[in-house]
Design a protein around this ligand. Structure first.
Ligand SMILES: NC(=O)c1ccc[n+]([C@@H]2O[C@H](COP(=O)([O-])OP(=O)(O)OC[C@H]3O[C@@H](n4cnc5c(N)ncnc54)[C@H](O)[C@@H]3O)[C@@H](O)[C@H]2O)c1
Length: 340
């Protein structure tokens, strides 16, 4: 969108909406660059998370709200909002704050339906506010380098990108099986929740080219109740030793293992407020984190219009590895100049 913050030198002010895992990350930019951004408000129903932000940014009590609606009901008192609520709670605050004239930094996925995404964009346009979606991977140096190489024309026209998102086994278990995204009805399907970043990257690299066709399928492949190990209990803490000690997904091994080695950041930081052995054990006893897993696989093919006239031959497919040691995301890129 073609809207810019007015050219002032004063720092911009922001409100954090949803001070959970992500909402506790972005505001720290303000600590590093106080001449650019000041966090002056927070909306968060959970006391620990709300108080943590109030304390860290010295936020006035009157600007600390349990629900985003309480802040959106007031006259605008900051320049922007940083919306980090759960997936299904993006559209409503985005629209309400845009109508009040706030610029919006919105976590991905923008919303969970196309219609909702379009409504957010239309409302931001109508109200002349900036909308930016947190597709943060675009700012990774190697991603920018790939873009630079493609745009330079050094490898000719790109005719095939083979991109894989190999979510680490415990990360997948933590977020998409046990965690916030374990059920589509409460969040979004794993392709949208996780791979919207990857689809975004491909669109970014192919910028300016229209997508002509998309096909996609997914399936439950690795974990299902039929694969539940014999003798396994419902919770890892209750599993007999011969099952738990050999299970790579043991929540006991994973989360308590992190804490024992002194790691108390993500992912342990999101299963309890103060991650220590006692609290993490309690979370494994009561929370969803120590349960048997289910997961799935998703595949998407995107055909871009400009390439249908390009001749694909044996040299162009299959592409070999771009840099297998690096991130594992980018498996290959075939261009009219060959395969890289
Ligand atoms: N850009 C990325 O790479 C990236 C990575 C992870 C997650 N995300 C996205 O960020 C968003 C937040 O994820 P998270 O991991 O921080 O989840 P989280 O559960 O840790 O945080 C969400 C917060 O929103 C709060 N909330 C719920 N209802 C609210 C309301 N009415 N008003 C104000 N706050 C409310 C919750 O209490 C919670 O603290 C999700 O949409 C997720 O998909 C983006």
């Amino acid at each position: 969108m073609n809207v810019r913050f007015e050219m002032e030198t004063r720092p911009k002010t922001g409100i954090v909406v949803g001070a959970g895992s992500r909402g506790n990350g972005y505001p720290w930019y303000a600590k590093e660059y106080p001449d650019q951004l000041q966090i002056i408000g927070v909306c968060e129903p959970r006391d620990f998370q709300r108080n943590r932000t109030v304390k860290a940014f010295d936020i006035a009590e009157k600007n600390a709200f349990k629900d985003w609606k309480d802040a959106a009901d007031l006259e605008r008192f900051a320049d922007c909002v940083i919306i980090c609520t759960p997936d299904r709670l993006h559209k409503e605050p985005a629209i309400a704050f845009a109508k009040k004239g706030y610029h919006i930094l919105l976590e991905k996925p923008m919303a969970v339906t196309e219609a909702d995404c379009r409504e957010i964009v239309a409302t931001c346009k109508e109200n002349n506010v900036i909308l930016s979606v947190c597709h943060v991977l675009r700012y990774i140096p190697w991603v920018k380098k790939v873009k630079e190489i493609i745009d330079s024309g050094a490898i000719g026209d790109v005719v095939n990108i083979n991109h894989t998102e190999p979510v680490g086994f415990w990360h997948f278990a933590h977020s998409f099986v046990r965690g916030n995204w374990h059920k589509e009805s409460g969040s979004s399907f794993s392709l949208l929740a996780k791979c919207c970043h990857d689809v975004d990257l491909i669109c970014y690299w192919m910028s300016g080219r229209k997508c002509e066709r998309v096909s996609s399928f997914g399936h439950l492949s690795h974990f299902h109740s039929g694969d539940k190990p014999k003798d396994a209990a419902d919770r890892c803490l209750d599993c007999p030793a011969h099952v738990e000690t050999t299970c790579p997904y043991s929540a006991k091994k994973l989360y308590l293992g992190f804490v024992k080695t002194g790691h108390i950041g993500w992912p342990v930081s999101v299963i309890c407020d103060t991650p220590d052995i006692e609290n993490v054990t309690q979370a494994l006893r009561d929370g969803p984190t120590a349960m048997i897993l289910l997961t799935d696989t998703a595949i998407v093919s995107v055909k871009y219009r400009s390439y249908c006239r390009r001749k694909l031959n044996h040299e162009h497919a299959p592409a070999h590895l771009f840099d297998p040691e690096d991130t594992g995301r980018m498996r290959g890129m075939a261009s009219t100049q060959g395969i890289v």
